[in-house]
Write a protein that binds this ligand. Structure first.
Ligand code: ATP
Ligand code: MG
Length: 363
């Protein structure tokens, strides 16, 4: 019996996406099925190049199709098309598929460090990534990327982002002179965030990560009102105070109708690189406990490492400066999980996946 496309699709229905809880055929990932005698080829178009289970899905798909009688050769091309956030008419940045805000309640918990390293990790995985530094009070992204002396130029009416480590970045830090102090009033924050979105030539991006100032002030409010966000990543340290205020940030974003993509714990533990042993550094509410309390996904923990600080201060993100450490690995894993959460949000809107109140997906 000749092999048919429907037989191939039927066989591939056993391959489940573990995060989306649906099979890859129903999710519309399987494309371009070609059959030539016993040779079968097709494309699996995932929702993000940073997919943590790419290799497993490929292997399971190979196994499933080889099991069809008469199949002698299978070739799979793995691609990714990042799905779009819910962009409205007159969106300020229509070509940006996902806008992800990085927020915290308390200051100094590592938002900027996390933003920069996740952005670089996503870019390394093959995504088109930008960072908008919306910390107008104390922009730190230029320093963390060693780009503090850069001055962006304009083309037409738009400012061209500064490109570093594979990431397009824009910050007030590039635009102000070193000694220029700004006395902020609420409406100015809103108009500055608007300019950083609308007056910058962001172009086509899969992910725009927005580094926010700490707390629940004007910048997060303005951002959430100016563009539909894919969602918000909450960074917290395992101190009860930090966790407590993180809860307030979550409430604010929920009120603004921005979904929470998850919680990342930072600086909760230390990993001995020689032995791999992990030591807890604080004994407050952990990121995992916090995410359970807030009923949002837990995306992982980034260990404390003095090398992270040093690399940041020297303007090299730690995923680049020391890619083989436990921290760098954590950043890459969390980048994958964040991308997955963004995909879940997009597919939920298309009614392909249902998410219950706990933030978990069900069939
Ligand atoms: N995992 C880590 N290990 C070691 N040092 C870290 C880690 N994460 C962040 N730091 C350091 O902690 C300090 C604060 O980090 P960062 O500036 O990223 O925090 P933030 O939340 O953006 O602060 P702010 O609220 O002021 O914007 C920095 O010196 C940074 O290098
Ligand atoms: Mg910061």
């Amino acid at each position: 019996m000749p092999i048919t496309e429907s037989a191939v699709l039927e066989a591939l229905k056993v391959v489940m996406d573990p995060d989306l809880h649906r099979d890859i055929v129903t999710l519309g990932f399987v494309k371009n099925v070609q059959i030539n005698g016993g040779a079968v080829s097709f494309t699996i178009d995932l929702t993000t190049p940073a997919c943590p289970v790419k290799e497993e899905l490929k292997q399971q798909s190979l196994d499933a199709v080889y099991a069809i009688e008469g199949v002698s050769h299978v070739e799979i091309e793995m691609t990714a098309t990042v799905r779009n956030r819910n962009a409205q008419n007159e969106d300020l940045i229509p070509e940006v598929r996902n806008v992800i805000a990085v927020a915290s309640g308390k200051g100094g918990v590592g938002k900027s460090t996390v933003t920069v390293n996740l952005a670089v990790a996503l870019a390394e995985a093959g995504a088109r990534v930008g960072i908008l530094d919306a910390d107008v009070y104390g922009p730190s992204v230029p320093l963390m990327l060693g780009a503090q002396d850069e001055k962006p130029y304009t083309e037409g009416q738009k400012i061209i982002p500064i490109f570093r480590y594979g990431v397009h970045t824009m910050s007030l830090g590039y635009l102000l002179e070193d000694d220029q102090a700004v006395l902020w009033r609420g409406p100015m924050v809103a108009s500055t965030v608007r300019q950083l979105l609308a007056d910058v030539s962001w172009g086509e991006l899969d992910y725009l990560l927005v580094d926010l100032p700490p707390g629940t002030g004007d910048a997060p409010m303005s951002l959430a009102q100016l563009v539909p966000l894919t969602g918000v990543l909450i960074v917290s340290t395992p101190h009860n105070v930090a966790a407590n205020i993180a809860g307030k940030a979550v409430q604010l974003f929920k009120r603004l109708n921005s979904p929470i993509l998850g919680v990342v714990e930072n600086m909760g533990s230390h990993v001995d690189e020689a032995t791999g042993a992990t030591t807890q550094m604080f004994f407050g509410l952990t990121g995992e406990e916090l995410s359970q309390q807030l009923k949002v996904p837990y995306l992982g923990s980034i260990p404390f490492d003095p090398a992270v600080s040093r690399a940041g201060d020297e303007g090299v993100p730690s995923v680049v400066a020391s890619p083989n450490t436990a921290q760098a690995k954590a950043f890459r894993e969390i980048a994958g999980r964040l991308a997955q959460q963004a995909s879940i949000k997009a597919l939920t809107r298309q009614d392909l996946v249902q998410v219950d109140g706990e933030g978990f997906t069900k069939v």
